[in-house]
Design a protein around this ligand. Structure first.
Ligand SMILES: [Zn+2]
Ligand SMILES: [Zn+2]
Length: 422
């Protein structure tokens, strides 16, 4: 069989993995867009007509954002969970609407893609001519899945983004998948680091946020709309946060979609409570009121790159009593990264030193170093690992972990087609 990386080769972003089986069948795993830097980066092109199936692991744009491109000249079958469909539809439409750059597809292609979707829940099987595809819980964001391809003689597991630790929002991913697979195409994002213990992070976060609000300040939490915003809401609900919490931007719509599939969450009741305790910002009047009030405001964009969080930041940055609290990895070359590294915020309309308190908490929904090593240790002795979705140093470290445990590691470069004997 052959694997060709159309993206996410020694980089995080624009995932696209083309698998060609011995019988010539081609399966495309994810097709995303990279949002690092100014202009969106798309994966290498592929002929849609030659693809038998596209499977999407989860809704994040770096895994789903290029899928509509495949529907300009083709209509391949598209497999994902129902929640991945509704959330990626939301994110892709928003991406089209807000992109300041040319996006090489239109709403019609988004619609066509969604019309071709075959929806499967976790552990339901889908068959194409004797090949069985199955999605299992990845524990990364609501609806996220690992994808396994069983050819009858061997099994390929694609992890997508996954976590082997519980969060407030989700249970950990399905560990047992690792012991069944012969080839594991794995993310390597945090091969070099372990995340701090979750309950410690939660308590530090709650203490910080309470301190600021109880001294009369406003806390801005710039957050990705899908996944992280809901996790933060759940943390606040878990600790019975007693002050006002606002939710703005697309996080509101994402909450509604996730509520429809709340049974997928670790504690549906906690999420319902979290959504109930948060007030939705509906218009500019609400926004202007919220920034004047000691409160917590959760709003996209997570990197302060457009979205209401950019406006909030301009409003809160000059008062020492306020705080901006980051809860995601700060992507290089974004305003969030600049604030963390230099204390300067620059938007198209404002630039200056941030006098508000600046904090960062590690709420990662990716496996850390120990979890990645665990995934290797529970795999078959003969398993091969193909590394994706990691910076070059991270993939190098991941390869070391794999080899130290006596398995074979392959880290292809962009566009490289590797032949793997199974
Ligand atoms: Zn993701
Ligand atoms: Zn990703």
């Amino acid at each position: 069989m052959k694997v060709k990386l159309l993206g996410a080769a020694q980089e995080v972003g624009r995932s696209g993995i083309l698998v060609e089986l011995e019988d010539g069948k081609k399966i495309l795993l994810d097709y995303g867009v990279s949002l690092e830097g100014e202009e969106p980066q798309f994966p290498l092109p592929v002929k849609p007509r030659e693809i038998n199936l596209v499977a999407v692991s989860h809704a994040h744009l770096d895994h789903s954002g290029a899928v509509p491109l495949l529907y300009i000249s083709g209509s391949p079958q598209l497999l994902m969970t129902p929640l991945t469909l509704s959330l990626s539809d939301l994110l892709i439409r928003d991406f089209l609407k807000l992109s300041k750059y040319y996006v090489p597809y239109e709403y019609a292609e988004v619609e066509k893609a969604m019309d071709n979707a075959i929806l499967k829940g976790y552990n339901e099987e889908y068959d194409i001519d004797g090949i069985t595809i199955r999605l299992s819980d990845a524990g990364h964001i609501p609806g996220s899945s690992m994808i396994s391809i069983d050819t009858g003689s061997y099994t390929i597991l694609y992890t997508g983004d996954y976590a082997l630790h519980d969060t407030c929002l989700l249970r950990m991913g399905s560990k047992s998948e690792f012991s069944r697979a012969d080839l594991i195409i794995t993310e390597s994002t945090y091969a070099e680091y372990d995340h701090p213990p979750r309950d410690w992070v939660e308590r530090e976060f709650i203490n910080t946020v309470r301190e600021v609000v109880e001294s009369g300040g406003t806390v801005l939490i710039p957050s990705f709309a899908v996944g992280r915003a809901q996790e933060i809401l759940c943390v606040l609900a878990k600790y019975d946060f007693p002050h006002r919490v606002y939710v703005d931007g697309m996080a509101r719509a994402a909450n509604d979609l996730i509520l429809e599939d709340a049974y997928l969450l670790r504690d549906p009741g906690l999420f319902e409570k979290a959504v109930d305790m948060a007030r939705k910002i509906r218009d500019w009047n609400d926004r202007k009121k919220a920034v004047e009030e000691p409160s917590v405001i959760i709003s996209p964009a997570g990197m302060l790159h457009g979205g209401p969080s950019e406006w909030y930041m301009e409003k809160i940055m000059e008062a020492e009593k306020n705080a901006v609290v980051f809860v995601s990895f700060a992507i290089p070359q974004t305003p969030a990264r600049q604030v963390l590294e230099t204390g300067v915020f620059a938007s198209p309309t404002k630039k200056g030193n941030v006098k508000a308190r600046i904090e960062w908490f590690d709420f990662s929904a990716h496996s850390g170093r120990s979890e990645l090593i665990e995934s290797i240790m529970i795999s078959k002795n003969s398993a091969k690992f193909l590394l994706v979705h990691g910076e070059p140093e991270a993939e190098k470290t991941m390869a070391k972990h794999v080899e130290e445990n006596g398995r074979m590691a392959i880290a292809p470069s962009l566009g490289e087609e590797v032949e793997i004997k199974m």
